[in-house]
Design a protein around this ligand. Structure first.
Ligand code: AHR
Ligand code: AHR
Ligand code: AHR
Length: 513
């Protein structure tokens, strides 16, 4: 439909993204655009929307903890936004995980729970964790949808993918990510990786990477950066170490592009909510042995490194892989389509409101424990029996000052709980145990000390469940009267499914002190 590498112009891109079908104007999806450019999608993944104008099949599958049942979430209409309401109904009163991310391209390249590789995932069988279904709410042109919130330990993979570039074959990819959710762990990747889930050498991967890892390479400033994971290196350009043309980017909605062909590759990026793509690198393969020619293997990873390194975090909304090296003009048209999709933030909290600067108490609601409140004694967090006639010291230990969520990436939407009797000390999780500690100001502390409230899982009136911002599968829970950030049916003893929803449901009231 349009030719060659002549570029670019938003008007041309927009014109290109509109096709006339049966007398009505239909917006082409990203994969319609790639196909028209001669570089069709061979994998197309999104929990938020259809990536073809005609796609009305399953976008993803969720599995709920209460009975292990699964359901597929589809677009509300062909080419449209995911039916988030169907997920909300299916998951009400329990917890849900995203169990399958379907491939819309027809190639069958679905992504499922990543198996063990060079590194073992955190599940008992070495598999990675699945993402919480409700961890990354957004709206697209006002319609609610959910992204995939990848906490460290979470990963999806397909080691038997079909049609993905191998060896030095050309390919392109883009992904829409949360540019404020990242870390320096290895490696928040989306794209082409080893079929063995093991590090088989330089040039055996080609993925989008996003984060501020500096072990291998870096861009300008302090990050985060879009880089390419080419195995045994995150590359920002020709130099294995640095490319000052690769800027730090932290748009709340970020479009990241990586493409690679015979001794050429490129990194591009944009604000996914407005404007066009900029090129951060476009040139020869890195100056290091093993990357020219490439030895791509054609498996697909999301949220992890090629060898199943699971230390990274990030949020994925949509992304594709193509066969052939897309032109810049094709990618510009895809970016225009992404902007037109209208990504915007959605509330991270629900249920009874919490007032910042108020003192609250959190009462257990599990039958037999309803006189107990979440309390701390020094660093230890447990539940204690507290009443209006308790000693002042105990009342203070069971009272928490509500603060705006310390994690920058929570966007001021969630909360932190400061100990009433120890100003500057906050409730946080560490190794998924709750503790109270002085803030060291670090990004890790602030994220570990941020919690998001939602309607109580067990459904009691005026109750809340309170999930860890950085691990939305994990909730404040008492277990043997000790405080944890626990997941429903996870690998730790304190993750036990029995009475989980009750143990993770709290009656929030005015603080004792
Ligand atoms: O290239 C960076 C990482 O190095 C890869 O993702 C992983 O396979 C290896 O540990
Ligand atoms: O609580 C889980 C993790 O344990 C925290 O995020 C981290 O600080 C610690 O390693
Ligand atoms: O925390 C008290 C109880 O301990 C919880 O209700 C139960 O899950 C565990 O046995």
């Amino acid at each position: 439909m349009f030719s060659g590498s002549d570029c670019c112009g938003r008007s041309r891109a927009l014109a290109f993204s509109l096709i006339l079908a049966a007398g009505s104007l239909v917006t082409a999806g990203p994969c319609d655009i790639y196909a028209s450019g001669g570089t069709p999608c061979v994998a197309a993944h999104s929990t938020t929307r259809a990536l073809y104008s005609a796609f009305s099949g399953a976008l993803y599958q969720v599995r709920r903890a209460s009975d292990g049942a699964t359901t597929d979430i589809r677009p509300r209409a062909a080419g449209g936004v995911a039916d988030a309401a169907a997920q909300d109904t299916f998951c009400a009163g329990t917890t849900c995980l995203i169990s399958v991310l379907y491939d819309q391209s027809g190639t069958g390249n679905h992504l499922t729970q990543a198996p063990p590789g060079g590194f073992q995932g955190p599940e008992a069988n070495g598999y990675d964790n699945l993402a919480a279904a409700g961890g990354a709410p957004v709206t697209l042109n006002g319609q609610k949808a959910y992204g995939i919130f990848v906490s460290p330990g979470t990963g999806y993979r397909n080691n038997n993918a079909k049609g993905i570039a191998v060896r030095d074959e050309p390919e392109g990819m883009y992904a829409v990510l949360d540019g404020t959710h990242y870390n320096d762990g290895c490696c928040f990747d989306y794209g082409n990786a080893e079929t063995s889930a093991r590090d088989t050498g330089n040039g055996h991967m080609e993925t989008i990477y996003f984060g501020d890892n500096t072990v291998w390479g870096r861009g300008a400033g302090s990050g985060p950066w879009i880089m390419a994971d080419l195995e045994n290196g995150l590359f920002s350009g020709a130099s294995p170490k640095t490319n000052t043309g690769d800027p730090s980017v932290s748009y709340r909605f970020l479009t990241a592009v990586v493409k690679g062909g015979a001794n050429k590759w490129a990194i591009r990026g944009a604000n996914a909510a407005s404007g066009g793509l900029s090129t951060y690198y476009n040139g020869a393969r890195p100056n290091a042995a093993g990357y020219n020619p490439m030895s791509k293997e054609g498996a697909i990873v999301l949220g992890i490194g090629g060898d199943n390194s699971v230390g990274a975090q990030g949020t994925f909304y949509e992304g594709v892989m193509t066969t052939g090296y897309p032109s810049d003009a094709t990618e510009d048209a895809v970016q225009a389509d992404v902007v037109a999709a209208g990504y915007a933030i959605a509330p991270l909290t629900s249920g009874p409101a919490l007032s910042v600067r108020s003192s609250v108490s959190l009462r257990a609601t599990t039958a037999g424990y309803t006189t107990r409140y979440l309390a701390h004694s020094g660093a230890t967090v447990n539940t204690q029996v507290v009443s209006s006639s308790s000693a002042t010291a105990l009342k203070q230990q069971a009272s928490w000052m509500v603060r705006t969520g310390l994690a920058a990436a929570s966007g001021g939407q969630c909360f932190s709980f400061e100990a009433r009797d120890a100003p500057g000390s906050y409730l946080r999780h560490y190794n998924f145990e709750l503790t109270v500690a002085n803030s060291d100001g670090s990004k890790q502390f602030r994220e570990d000390a941020t919690f998001c409230t939602q309607v109580g899982l067990s459904g009691g009136q005026d109750t809340s469940s309170i999930r860890a911002w950085g691990y939305p599968t994990r909730y404040l829970r008492h277990y043997n009267n000790v405080g944890y950030a626990a997941s429903n049916g996870g690998v730790h003893t304190f993750d036990a499914a029995g009475s989980f929803t009750d143990d993770a449901t709290w009656a929030v009231a005015t603080g004792f002190a």
